[in-house]
Design a protein around this ligand. Sequence first.
Ligand code: FAD
Length: 446
Amino acid sequence: MTNQGNTLFWFRRDLRVQDNHGLYRALTSGLPVIGCFIFDEHILSSLEDKDDARVTFLHDTIHDLQEQIDARGGTLIVEYGKPEELIPRILDEYHIQKVYFNHDDEPYALQRDQFIAEHCQRHQISLYSFKDHLIFERDEVLKKDGLPYTVFTPYANAWKNRLELAGLDQDGYPLALSAFPSEHPSYPWKKVNSSRIPSLDSMGFVASEKEFPPREVKTSLIRQYGDQRDYPSAQGTSRLGIHFRFGTISIREKARKAYHLSQTFLNELIWRDFYAMILHHFPHVVNGAFRTPYDQIEWRNDEDDFRKWCMGMTGYPLVDAGMRQLNATGFMHNRVRMVVASFLTKHLLINWQWGEAYFARKLLDYDLASNNGGWQWAAGCGTDAAPYFRIFNPDAQQKKFDPKFTYIQSWLPEWGSASYPPPMVDHAFARQRCLKVYQEGLNRSK
Ligand SMILES: Cc1cc2nc3c(=O)[nH]c(=O)nc-3n(C[C@H](O)[C@H](O)[C@H](O)COP(=O)(O)OP(=O)(O)OC[C@H]3O[C@@H](n4cnc5c(N)ncnc54)[C@H](O)[C@@H]3O)c2cc1C
């Protein structure tokens, strides 16, 4: 070890060496860099399924990342435990003078990072953190009066203006989308002795059989995205969600691609920034409705109904196909997410937070901000929500988006046979009931 000490780069939701903002800064910090990743006991112990596919994904990814860092002459220290205990130990053991990481604005992460920041301050260790996970974050896109946007379209317009204002790089891309060079001429990585990556078994998990989508998408898919994205049988969306979630791809790189190929795809990436911005400015959404009067709704919360929805046994084929796809693969098409979420909250009058929690357990691409935003949108209580009296008719949605029942047949083999259940609730009846209960809830809040 040098007398000057070392720099630590802490990987969290940015699991790549290419175009990683914080890592790039660490590698230009003037000190040799050691990487670390912690399988966080607080998070892993809260997962219900021992074969949770996201843990397998994480484990595979960390193996790859370690190999890539090894090949550059460095070390990725990988531990299982509590960050508030492990990080101070690593700082001490490896004589760390500077700590670098990328922002993570989920409530738990903010608390964790605050603890580490205070520890660093007490021990005169410099701490630097960077934006990496979003194109624009926190206060970067605000209204003229300095307040956050709460409606998507004006936010998206301001977001695009800001992108243009950033100026162009030499390839003609807005500077906000520029990559951080990963192949630094002399990588100042440092090799140290460290223990092996903890096995899945030692952390209480088993490997999942689920398949993970590739990191790359065809240019033709992005180009045709606007025409194809609403049809669940079409394979017309990127399935990049899990990679955005764990940072195994760079948001800047994908947004650069979208910038010239598809404004519709770019718009979806803006939704991602939008919901992260909402979580930052309105943290109450984690525990309740964005529009607080909607917290007064008296949900039916029938557990038997909820079980049928979870299992894909509602008798509404588009809803059931979606839930079966989710349970089998960890993925559900966006159009179908909207339909199943609307069905749970409006047809069954089950609290959107039950659905949010079920998705959080099952989705490979689970992301607190986007999941919460999507559920609140569907329940009608969110930022940019359709008015609550607009209630999706699941059969009309099927006619429009799966007219030949292609998607439905691929997930519901028994559909059309005697073993498929009849609709668990009549649409017209459910619609009236929903309107009444929502209206009563809103009246109560006045
Ligand atoms: C009830 C509900 C829950 C949802 N939960 C999540 C979630 O936990 N995690 C998540 O990433 N998305 C969530 N979404 C948004 C959207 O459904 C998924 O991002 C999308 O289906 C993922 O598939 P894809 O990667 O093929 O997306 P594509 O259609 O290829 O879009 C590309 C990327 O853009 C982003 N994106 C697309 N649509 C949205 C959106 N409406 N809001 C925010 N980001 C978006 C995602 O990062 C996505 O991977 C939810 C939507 C609803 C209605």
